[in-house]
Design a protein around this ligand. Structure first.
Ligand code: SAM
Length: 293
């Protein structure tokens, strides 16, 4: 396989991608050409605010072709088109043959949350000491158990008595926290996300784990819950403060993650009108903050 790599300004990405597909590219992918540099710009805004940008300033468009000749020919044909003005062919590269399935699988080993509680991909056997297991394969939605924010939430869940509780997982991603809550006894669980792919992923993962929960878009969250979990990021968590706190039943718990250590004070202040947040756990520069309402 050979990759044709192009640099394309924002307003040409659709035209160039369509042309590559018409030229029989096996796949076309688009990345931020300025990622990890000072010019990187966010595409998504805060909830309720307009998005800051419709696309990246410069995209790296990568098209896969079965032969080097086909990749070079596609590059030459594109350069002759009017819409290619301002675009650039960055090169053609050989893509070595790989067993992608095996490679991906080798990167995801079982993750220990506590000595008895593990996240285990379906291609692994659970370790002997595991008493609670979430079976989860990496997919489109965030939450495989490898990120410190997810792990801290799961460790918190493993320390609770959730039997019979109504639980809300706000920003559910793969559904890993909602499934964890079910494994530790919660019986009425809503898992919501703004991303439809996350909702679908949560439903599929719940089924695979034999867990009953209700997944949906954020409007599905209704009423009060004994436990509200939200592993998002500091900025959306600040905007969501009144909404999340309003969902916590009197005496219930609010559990927030996605917060860097240096953001602890600003989160405390944002939640001060509704709840008193404390740091309950830390890992790799991230903190878990909890409050009892
Ligand atoms: C860091 S992931 C967490 C996934 C999972 N709960 C975990 O702990 O691993 C954050 C998730 O929150 C979702 N999200 C971001 N902003 C949101 C909002 N305002 N309302 C609901 N979900 C949101 C994202 O789509 C993403 O799936």
């Amino acid at each position: 396989m050979f990759e044709l790599r192009l640099l394309v300004p924002q307003d040409r990405v659709d035209a160039v991608s369509d042309a590559l597909e018409a030229l029989d590219a096996l796949s076309v992918s688009v990345e931020d050409a300025d990622a990890q540099t000072d010019s990187e710009q966010a595409l998504f805004g805060e909830p309720g605010m307009p998005p800051p940008r419709g696309g990246w300033n410069r995209s790296r468009v990568i098209a896969l072709f079965p032969t080097e000749e086909a990749a070079r020919e596609a590059g030459a044909l594109l350069q002759a088109q009017d819409f290619f003005d301002g675009c650039q062919v960055a090169g053609v590269e050989d893509v070595p043959e790989q067993d992608w399935v095996r490679l991906t699988q080798s990167q995801f080993a079982p993750v220990e949350i506590t000595p008895q509680f593990w996240i285990v991909p379906t291609w692994h056997q659970p370790p002997d000491q595991a008493r609670q297991v979430i079976r989860l394969d990496p997919g489109l939605a965030f939450g495989t158990g490898t990120h410190p924010t997810t792990r801290m939430c799961l460790r918190w869940i493993a320390r609770q008595q959730l039997a019979g509780q109504r639980v809300l997982d706000y920003g559910c991603g793969s559904g890993i926290l909602a499934i964890g809550a079910a494994k530790f006894g919660a019986t009425d669980i809503d898992a919501v996300d703004i991303d439809e792919a996350a909702v679908q992923s949560t439903q599929a993962n719940a089924l695979a784990n034999d867990v009953v929960l209700h997944a949906g878009l954020p409007e599905r969250a209704q009423g009060k819950y004994q436990t509200v979990l939200a592993n998002i990021l500091a900025s959306p968590l600040k905007v969501l403060a009144p909404l999340l706190c309003a969902h916590v039943a009197p005496g219930g718990s609010l559990v927030l993650a996605g917060i860097l250590e240096r953001q602890t004070e600003e989160l405390k202040q944002a939640y001060a009108p509704y709840a008193r947040l404390d740091v309950a756990d830390t890992e790799d520069g991230w903190v878990l903050m909890t409050a009892r309402l």
